[in-house]
Design a protein around this ligand. Structure first.
Ligand code: HEM
Length: 255
């Protein structure tokens, strides 16, 4: 490997991750501090509310809220063709993104394609599927960006955060896809990420695109706690807190 490229890779995957972890943890701590220092004083639960039994109804409501969140039903505001298309776009792009991120855990050794041999061939799971999903996410998120720019009502409520997030995500997807379509060197490659993550790739992808991908991915991770993407981490906790606050997990009113 060219010495300058090696230095660049060492910086991106050896040094930068420490800045990424520190910024991410700082952001999360700041968020938690702001939440706790501004949350309203806790009220004592009236004696008319039973604390002990977790009623079937309360569990049903909580599960319902999670399904609502997972299926992106918030996007389905009105039963109109436009909101259905928007829902379909968001849903397929997010599911693809989830599968892609899950796919990233395989070269790290978290799972193996042989576990899913009953479902599809290794070639399909590790090459064809990620390739197609990569273009689905890139297409889906690019359309979301176009919609934000073109649709006047969406544009009027869009800020820097929205555009920056979409731009950084699109850069990550584009660089990821470019790694897939650029010629590989037919030699295995071990990508070491600080402190001790090793991504074992069967072939060496374009290192320039890998560098762009690595920088953009880390910018996203650093920015996450300060952005709207924080909902990914916060949503499960928000739903539970909401359910508890509304007495759903207390089993409702005593009769
Ligand atoms: C520092 C963290 C990351 C590293 C080291 C990394 C590494 C890689 C590598 C090596 C590939 C190409 C795989 C191959 O050609 O065999 C890839 C592809 C890809 N990555 Fe990442 N990635 C990271 C973070 C992310 C993040 C955070 C996202 C999404 C938000 C993402 C989305 C993608 C996409 C869409 C592709 C193309 C489709 C695919 O190969 O799955 N990556 N990544």
């Amino acid at each position: 490997m060219d010495t300058n490229l090696k230095l660049l890779m060492d910086f991106i995957f050896g040094t930068l991750p420490w800045v990424t972890y520190a910024t991410f943890l700082f952001g999360i701590s700041l968020k938690l501090y702001t939440w706790f220092s501004t949350s309203p004083p806790s009220r004592t639960v009236p004696s008319s509310i039973s604390r002990t039994p977790i009623s079937a109804e309360s569990i049903r409501l909580t599960i319902g809220q999670f399904i609502y969140l997972l299926l992106f039903q918030g996007r389905f505001i009105k039963p109109k063709a436009k909101s259905f298309v928007l829902w379909l776009m968001s849903f397929s792009a997010h599911i693809s993104l989830f599968l892609i991120l899950f796919g990233h855990l395989r070269p790290i050794g978290v799972w193996s394609a042989s576990w899913f041999a009953w479902m599809a061939s290794e070639q399909f799971l590790t090459r064809d599927l990620p390739f197609y999903l990569g273009w689905v996410v890139l297409g889906g998120f690019s359309l979301l960006l176009v919609r934000r720019v073109v649709d006047r009502s969406v544009r009027s409520i869009s800020g820097f955060d929205d555009y920056f997030l979409l731009a950084i995500l699109i850069t990550i997807f584009l660089a990821g896809n470019m790694m897939r379509v650029s010629p590989y060197i037919h030699e295995s490659f071990a990508l070491r990420i600080s402190p001790s993550i090793v991504m074992q790739l069967k072939e060496t992808p374009s290192l320039i695109w890998l560098a762009v991908h690595g920088i953009a991915a880390q910018v996203l991770i650093m920015y996450m706690p300060f952005s709207k993407l924080f909902h990914i981490i916060a949503s499960p906790f928000t739903i539970l807190a909401y359910s508890i606050r509304h007495g759903r997990l207390y089993g409702g009113m005593k009769t």
